[in-house]
Design a protein around this ligand. Structure first.
Ligand SMILES: Nc1ncnc2c1ncn2[C@@H]1O[C@H](COP(=O)(O)OP(=O)(O)O)[C@@H](O)[C@H]1O
Ligand SMILES: [Mg+2]
Length: 367
């Protein structure tokens, strides 16, 4: 991340769902800046709001969900003079406020061209009745306007880019003739064909076995450089992203509780939840001992949470953790965490031994 130009700025976002007469608070006042050209990992347990957060960036929030506060500024669209109410300008330039996008017509400006999302299960994004070649071609035709011979050449090239061997032959095959890993490559090819600025990968490797997972991660890294992408990588596994993330955001109960450069999160984590996540990585396990697992369950999002959402599961929680929600405390210009432990008045609480060792041993996850 050489330059630090914001491409996206989420401010105090709140998202709720109506569910059988009750209201669930899925995103609770979350703020996040994303920088052009970076690779940002968003990590947290299942149900913490990773997918909901990112669905807001492409207008795919479920129908029973609604935004009831905050803004999402996307920098990079030209102001559409027919719809000035969707745009604004700040120090960083002209932005589109995605929380104001309601109509499909508006979202077509963003989805695909600006922001593209690939999901865990490639089968949900592929049409089983169409050949792989036809599906990639459709995306290229739509976004690059190519036809005939030039279109076919572009499809073959993109298949090579995502490292699908023998593209001339595989072009004519159907999704069921592809393995899980290869299907994910096809989905990535379709995403890339739209020439997006931001590529969101929502647990794209969770359904794959470890070797294939590593290959897909490597591919995403390669494509990011080749196509100048900004990558948002969502995962529940902090161990997966060490190699590809410049920055890591740790999410808990609908908020980002800690964010920093990958080294800062892996070597010098500050939030007790990040400690717990790191401690449960198999890479940190000691042979013959049980792996650490986080006790308890995440809080109920149907009732308003007071204080630090992780307090109930944190054995070293302070009194104030149950009363008042912590603000961000700055650890370095690139690292901050929402924990009262960083308040100068807080008693000194040592991180678990396994975490203290990280600093001296050079991080939880080896390159
Ligand atoms: N359509 C919906 N209706 C009600 N609750 C939802 C809906 N979609 C997601 N949620 C809830 O929002 C929370 C965050 O979900 P999600 O973003 O999918 O988690 P993650 O992707 O981190 O696993 C969860 O409590 C989930 O049950
Ligand atoms: Mg999810």
């Amino acid at each position: 991340m050489s330059e630090k130009e914001k491409i996206l700025s989420i401010q105090d976002l709140s998202v709720r769902f109506n569910l059988r007469g009750r209201v669930l608070h899925a995103i609770r006042g979350l703020s996040l800046d994303v920088y052009r050209g970076e690779s940002l990992a968003i990590v947290g347990e299942s149900g913490c709001g990773k997918s909901v957060l990112n669905k807001n960036l492409i207008g795919l929030l479920d129908n029973n969900g609604f935004i009831d506060g905050g803004s999402i500024r996307y920098y990079g669209l030209k102001k559409d003079t027919a719809h000035p109410e969707l745009y604004g300008e700040d120090d960083n330039g002209v932005y589109a406020d995605l929380t104001k996008f309601k109509k499909e017509r508006d979202w077509l400006k963003i989805r695909g061209k600006e922001v593209c999302m690939i999901l865990q299960d490639p089968m949900t994004s592929l049409n089983p009745l169409k050949t792989i070649g036809a599906q990639i071609a459709e995306a290229i035709r739509l976004h690059q306007g190519l036809r005939g011979r030039a279109l076919k050449e572009a499809v073959l090239q993109i298949m090579r880019d995502v490292r699908i061997d023998d593209p001339e032959r595989r072009y004519k095959q159907y999704p069921h003739e592809f393995s899980g890993g290869m299907r994910q490559r096809v989905v990535i090819a379709i995403a890339i064909a739209c020439k997006p600025k931001i590529l969101i990968c929502d647990e794209p490797t969770t359904a794959l076995d470890v070797t294939i997972q590593a290959q897909v991660l490597y591919l995403i890294k390669e494509l990011k450089a080749k196509y100048n992408l900004t990558v948002i990588f969502i995962t529940h596994d902090l161990g997966v992203v060490a190699n590809i993330a410049d920055r890591v955001a740790v999410m808990y109960a609908g908020d980002i509780v800690e964010i920093g450069m990958a080294e800062e999160i892996y070597y010098d984590p500050k939030h007790p939840y990040t400690w717990a996540l790191l401690s449960s990585l198999p890479q940190l396990g000691v042979k013959g001992e049980d792996l650490f697992s986080i006790k308890g369950t995440p809080p109920n999002l149907f009732t308003e949470i007071h204080g630090d959402a992780f307090a109930a599961r944190n054995q070293q929680a302070l009194k104030i953790d149950f009363v008042e929600r912590p603000p961000y405390f700055e650890v370095s210009p690139t690292h901050k965490a929402k924990t009262w432990l960083l308040d100068p008045r807080a008693p000194k609480v040592e991180p678990p031994r396994i975490i203290q060792k990280l600093k001296s041993e050079g991080g939880a996850v080896n390159e």
